[in-house]
Write a protein that binds this ligand. Structure first.
Ligand code: ARG
Length: 562
């Protein structure tokens, strides 16, 4: 089965171009074999509380279960969490402030010990120990903490977290400080995978985590490989999400990008786990080859690429200046800078990814019939700002594709007299201490910032609130509301959406928020990101999980006859 190598297998026609987007390729329930994965980089962490890479979250689906989980479903249903360890979705009461879950029976960790509600509560407690376990999402902290007596996590206090109750081994009750209609989505994040107290080793837990999913870690050699084997205590009957088809999973880590693509296409590996897509050389090769094309998908990753305009850096404090930039942007040039329509993405004049219900045909700053910008209106806005001859400013970016975007912005706005210089910030710390730091932006006087964003869960709140909610500005870094937008009207609509359980009403509220944000002209949207991904034809159950925008590795199997 895992003997597929060499060109001949790669010439078997596949299911078709983009066939794994919105549908399942090679549906099959045959078990057995070894799934051979590859990645250029190592996992960020195998501690479920400390991972944020989206591809590691997909890997986590093999290792760990959560109260709720996104189903194995290529359609819109794939966006809605279903009960996983829980018997049914969270039962909301008290205006979406209290959420109650009941665990299924007969759940066990890979050491044979039973999974109880306390193990889920303990996982939640660990999230509060950001000093020991940084790296993962922290949405639960403000929802569950008491600001008068902040909970320091389980390593600095033996007192329990009082907002989470476990009246018995199978029941868990969350009492939130405020309403949170999307709570089931938070219960699908890896950071709430159960952790048994007896196995917790704090900062070192990722070296030997207990697993609740169909696989457990056989061996991880950091930077080299990660091997998974079946978890003998996982019970198929309790798991409605995971087909768990392969007997083994072998991830090869640290293969150089072009080499990785070549070996993938030659069948040395089945699938690229990292999901960053084919690099330039392989893109040319697969799109030019009639057969390889049929093994290729072009999914949206649900990342939005955009330029943040900074109202706290003059002259961007004037909305007419910000609008001038919107009108002056050459949309086609910017799309080209991202890599063009196939590997760059779909041009968008608005913010919400098309998969979200609130997505609307909003185009507040039309770019002209040729999409090259409306320079007359840009000049009108500059005149309204009292800057008819333009001005000097600085745009912040990082090297690589972000630099190409910055250069395209420079070229765009130069046409109306705006003279930009480019400041490159460090890549590794870009989102924490560069673009993500209000202080850095002020220090370098960055009026514009090139950035991107993907939601941590697929709802309107998950996508837009971190970018535009004034209460989510993070002064000390890791800030995603880069423009520091803090508009009472927007904040209030966000609050209303959080206790609105009617989905249509929520959609309506978020459409208003999106329109208001575009009025402020602090986010210049460029493209909804797309990648080009290669699937080998003997891999079964291949589909792009819509909540993540990448292949759902846990669904895959192997067809020895293909
Ligand atoms: N929100 C983060 C970003 O935009 C990560 C998004 C993807 N990762 C994830 N686990 N959802 O960089």
């Amino acid at each position: 089965m895992s003997t597929h190598t060499g060109h001949p297998t790669a010439t078997v026609p596949g299911a078709g171009w983009d066939a794994a987007v919105g549908a399942m390729v090679n549906p099959c329930d045959r078990r057995g074999g070894t799934l051979r994965l590859v990645s250029s980089a190592d996992v960020d962490s195998l501690d479920p509380a400390r991972t944020y890479y989206v591809w590691v979250w997909l890997l986590q689906r093999m290792l760990n279960r959560t109260l709720m989980a996104y189903p194995t479903d290529p359609g819109p249903a794939g966006l809605v969490p279903v009960p996983d360890l829980a018997e049914s979705p969270g039962q909301a009461s008290d205006g979406a402030r209290t959420w109650t879950y009941r665990l299924r029976e007969n759940l066990r960790f890979d050491d044979g010990s039973p999974i109880t509600s306390d193990d889920v509560r303990y996982a939640v407690q660990r999230i509060f120990a950001q000093d020991v376990l940084p790296g993962g999402p922290t949405y639960l902290v403000p929802l569950l903490d008491d600001p008068a007596r902040p909970y320091p996590g389980p390593y600095r206090s033996s007192a329990p977290l009082e907002s989470v109750e476990t009246p018995d081994d199978r029941t868990i009750v969350f009492r939130l400080r405020g309403p949170f209609a999307d709570f089931d989505h938070l219960m699908a994040q890896p950071c709430v995978s159960p952790v048994p107290r007896h196995a917790d080793t704090g900062a070192r837990y990722g070296e030997d985590p207990r697993c609740s999913g169909p696989y457990r870690i056989e061996e991880h050699r950091p930077g080299a490989y990660l091997h998974l084997e079946r978890n003998p205590y996982w019970d198929r009957a309790t798991d409605p999400v995971r087909p768990a088809l392969p007997d083994r999973v072998e991830l090869t880590i640290g293969v150089g990008l072009d080499d990785l693509d070549a070996q993938l296409i030659d069948g040395v590996f089945d699938i690229n786990l990292e999901g960053r897509g084919l690099q330039h050389a392989a893109q040319q090769r697969v799109t030019a080859d009639e057969v390889l094309r049929t093994h290729t998908d072009n999914p949206r990753t649900s990342f939005l690429h955009f330029v943040s305009l900074q109202p706290h850096i003059p002259p961007f404090d004037n909305v007419h200046v910000r609008r001038a930039v919107h009108y002056a942007a050459d949309r086609l040039l910017l799309q080209e800078a991202r890599g063009g329509p196939v590997t760059g993405g779909d041009l968008t004049p608005a913010l919400f990814p098309p998969r979200l219900p609130a997505h609307q045909g909003l185009d507040r700053y039309p770019a002209g019939p040729d999409l090259r910008g409306d320079l007359d209106r840009a000049r009108e806005e500059l005149a309204a700002a009292g800057l008819p001859d333009g001005f000097d400013a600085v745009i912040g970016t990082q090297r690589g594709k972000f630099r190409l975007v910055a250069d395209a912005v420079v070229e765009s706005v130069a046409r109306v007299g705006i003279r930009l210089t480019v400041k490159e910030l460090d890549v590794a710390s870009y989102f924490s201490l560069g673009a993500g730091s209000p202080e850095t932006i002020r220090k370098h006087n960055l009026g514009m910032i090139v950035t991107d964003w993907g939601a941590d869960f697929p709802t309107e709140y998950g996508f837009l609130a971190p970018l535009v909610d004034g209460r989510q500005i993070k002064r000390n870094g890791g800030n995603w509301n880069i423009a520091e937008l803090d508009a009472p009207e927007i904040n209030e609509l966000i609050d209303r959406s959080l206790h609105t359980t009617d989905p249509d009403e929520r959609t309506r509220l978020w459409r208003v928020v999106e329109r208001l944000v575009m009025e402020h002209a602090v986010i210049l949207p460029l493209v909804h990101d797309k990648t080009l991904s290669f699937r080998n034809p003997w891999v079964t159950n291949v589909y792009v999980q819509p909540a993540f925008g990448l292949y759902d590795i846990q669904a895959m199997g192997l067809d020895p006859t293909a």
